[in-house]
Structure formats: C-alpha cells, structure tokens
Ligand binder design. Structure first.
Ligand code: MN
Length: 149
C-alpha cells in the first residue's frame, strides 16, 4: 500500500482500498469485537497509521510493549486504561501510551470506539500480563474493575 494518493472514505471509518482485518489472529490474545485497518504504511515513513474500531461493549487486548502508541479518537466514545490510569475518551481526544505501560481500550455499551493509532513500523511484540502483573494491576480497585481478560 505505497502508491495510494487519494482513497475516499465511503462510510464512517471505512475507506476505499483499505481492507477491514481481524484485530489479531484468533486465539493469539484475548479481545472482543475489534477490527483493524492499516491506513498508511509507506516504507519511507517508518511508521504505520492504523484505525481500530471496537464495537459497543467490546475491548482491545490488555497488553504492554516497548513501542509507543499515539492515539486519536475518531468515532464514538469509551474508556481507556494507560499505566495506572482509567479515564473516559471522547471524539478527537489524544492518548499517548508510553513504553511498557499496560493499556486497554473499551467501547461504551451503546457506542463503538474508533481510533487512529500510530506506531513504529518495526516494533516489539505485545506482552500479556502474567499472574504477578495481574496482581499488581488489580491492587487498584478502579483498574481491577476496568480490565477485561
Ligand atoms: Mn498496544
């Protein structure tokens, strides 16, 4: 996908010549009702811009990694966990996920949550929480109530 000059948005969160992909390989990590689209991945950029859409009531994987995410909400609303913080996110909010911060995005029950996410093209694999990490995360009741695994 390196020679696209103009691709039209044909509906909210759907673009010409951008396939709607599975968020992750089935069984690779826990998540619910999330799609993934790669909008830009030109080799010269060194990064990818993806669009994820979490259906109402769905959630992304609880994970962490060395690479950073730069996120902008493009549709709907929901809540996010980044590090030890749980907060509401709305249209056009910006969220930065630092290196090795545990993170998860959840759509509200009556709205999808669509967001742009910029990442390095070359990046490490996400880590899932082990029992020890879950213990640390769940020490905060707000985090314990939020996370889905
Ligand atoms: Mn991530």
């Amino acid at each position: 996908m390196s020679e696209h000059i103009h691709r039209r948005q044909r509906a909210a969160g759907l673009w010409d010549e951008v396939p709607v992909l599975a968020y992750k390989q089935d069984g690779a990590a826990p998540f619910r009702d999330v799609t993934r689209q790669v909008l830009f991945e030109h080799a010269a950029l060194g990064c990818q811009l993806r669009y994820f859409e979490v259906a109402p009531g769905g959630h992304s994987t609880l994970e962490r990694h060395e690479h950073v995410h730069a996120v902008m909400v493009l549709k709907g609303r929901g809540r996010a966990l980044v590090g030890g913080q749980v907060f509401a996110v709305e249209l056009h909010d910006l969220v930065e996920v630092p290196a090795l911060a545990w993170h998860q995005f959840r759509a509200d029950t009556d709205e999808p949550l669509g967001f742009l996410c910029m990442v390095n093209a070359v990046r490490d694999r996400p880590q899932l929480p082990d029992a020890e990490s879950m213990g640390e995360l769940c020490a905060d009741p707000a985090v314990a109530a939020f996370i889905r695994t």
